[in-house]
Design a protein around this ligand. Structure first.
Ligand code: PLP
Length: 453
């Protein structure tokens, strides 16, 4: 399993260092994880204090003070009705727990025939088999497709490529959300448990938020057919997009929400599931507990770290900085790509919310035609950027799992204007280097093809 990568030696603020002394600007927080950056004394102290007190107790035997305090904090900040929290070890585990919770809810209320989940294409909900089943990320699903359970996938929210000529955004919102109703009717409304979606699509589609009407219509459809709405905020939640829960900006309240990355900020592995009163009540009146568990659920040290992370976000009013620097990042990327002659022809779109921003790259801006997947543009950008001292998160397959490339940036919430400027400059340089390489390759191939044999 070894891959030729530098060895991480340390980190401070928005920067990381390898054992050779090279410095990297962490402009993607790894995979949108490190919300406080690296080397935070208060979080480190909270971890040490909890280890000194007691590191582990099984959640089947004990509650722990940090888990209780963290649950209280998350629930207090959550949209109305989300009243209980459950802690697990990762985003995938949070999604597994969420989809099981949805199924158990319907068993408890006497509707066991409900068993289908509806999700979206071009989504990512995790790599464990349940989470991967609901994911619409084709390359990650492919090797394991025979292990995955059947899930109905509807279209993603993706106006750049799916809004029809002459169609207003409002009409597009309604049409895209309407696919959920069509899927429910196809499966039989009494057979569906839940619809799961990332509130702001992260890695697969590249920082794609929905506009105002989309989730409102989705919520209405779920209510009409008695389906639970699960919003996966593993990447976009916990302040990453400028509000503690991303759905606050969409004016929609899910029945279940998952979070992870920014919850522990990478200081400890932790994920969470929050559920509303209706679900909590059904379980309390029924079997009395969730029939799901892991050994390290609600790990006291992870909960203590996450509590300290959440306190630091609040104490530093970091969400104001997320909104400010997020706007700056989006504008600076759009300006730089439009101004630089080598980049302008390759700008598909800059999109995102808060400090979750992506640039979709194209072979030709006028037609939005993607690069040939064989050129491996995204992977080349990842490597080139890292050589230049930039950690960013490029992905391929933006459009349909095969075609399309984007670069995702998700800097720590503490990022300064100067660090945002540096992130934009290094991203531009990395993309310029790669597009110039692939343009020469493409030109060479064209010449070879044109040559008489
Ligand atoms: N859900 C979303 C939206 C994600 O972005 C991810 C990871 O990128 C996951 C779930 C899975 O989280 P993890 O990698 O912590 O298992």
């Amino acid at each position: 399993f070894s891959i030729d990568l530098p060895t991480l030696a340390g980190g401070k603020g928005c920067f990381q260092f390898d054992t050779g002394g090279k410095r990297y600007l962490d402009a993607s927080g790894g995979a949108a994880v490190s919300c406080l950056g690296h080397g935070h004394t208060m979080v480190a102290d909270a971890i040490k204090a909890q280890v000194d007190k007691v590191a582990y107790g099984h959640s089947g035997f004990f509650n722990s003070e940090p888990a209780e305090a963290l649950a209280e904090r998350l629930v207090a900040q959550a949209p109305d009705g989300l009243s209980r929290a459950l802690f697990v070890g990762s985003g995938s585990e949070a999604v597994e727990a969420a989809i099981k919770l949805a199924r158990q809810y319907f068993i408890e209320i006497g509707e066991p025939e409900r068993h289908h989940i509806i999700a979206r294409r071009q989504s990512y909900h995790g790599n464990t088999l349940g989470a991967l089943s609901v994911s619409g990320n084709e390359p990650r699903r492919l090797p394991y497709s025979s292990y995955l359970f059947d899930v109905e996938h509807i279209a993603p929210y993706y106006p750049l490529r799916q809004q029809l000529p002459g169609e207003s955004l409002t009409a597009y919102d309604q049409r895209a959300a309407g696919e959920l109703e069509e899927a429910v009717l196809r499966l039989g409304p009494g057979n569906v448990t839940a619809f799961i979606a990332e509130t702001v699509c992260g890695a697969t589609l590249g920082a794609q938020p929905a506009s105002a009407g989309y989730f409102r219509r989705i919520r209405k459809i779920c209510d009409t057919y008695g389906i639970l709405l699960i919003l996966d905020e593993v990447m976009c939640g916990m302040g990453r997009t400028g509000t503690m829960y991303a759905c606050e900006a969409d004016d929609v309240v899910p029945d279940i929400v998952t979070c992870a990355k920014g919850l522990g900020g990478g200081f400890q592995p932790i994920g969470a599931v929050l559920a509303n009163d209706k679900i909590v009540h059904a379980l309390a009146m029924g079997s009395g507990q969730l029939r799901h568990g892991h050994t390290y659920m609600a790990h006291p040290v992870a909960c203590a770290a996450a509590l300290a992370v959440q306190e630091a976000i609040k104490a530093g009013d970091l969400l104001s900085n997320v909104r400010l620097q997020g706007q700056r990042l989006k504008e600076a990327l759009a300006t730089a790509f439009a101004a630089r002659p080598a980049l302008r022809p390759h700008l598909g779109e800059v999109r995102g919310r808060g400090l979750l921003v992506a640039v979709e790259l194209v072979a030709e801006a006028s037609t939005l035609s993607p690069f040939d997947p064989a050129l491996g543009v995204a992977e080349k950008i990842r490597r080139t950027a890292q050589n230049m001292g930039l950690i960013c998160y490029p992905s391929a397959g933006t459009i349909d799992g095969r075609r399309g490339d984007h670069v995702l940036l998700a800097p720590p919430y503490i990022a300064t204007a100067a660090e945002i400027e540096l992130a934009v400059e290094l991203t531009c340089r990395a993309v310029e280097t790669v597009v110039s390489q692939v343009s020469s390759t493409t030109a060479r191939q064209k010449r070879a093809k044109a040559r008489p044999t």
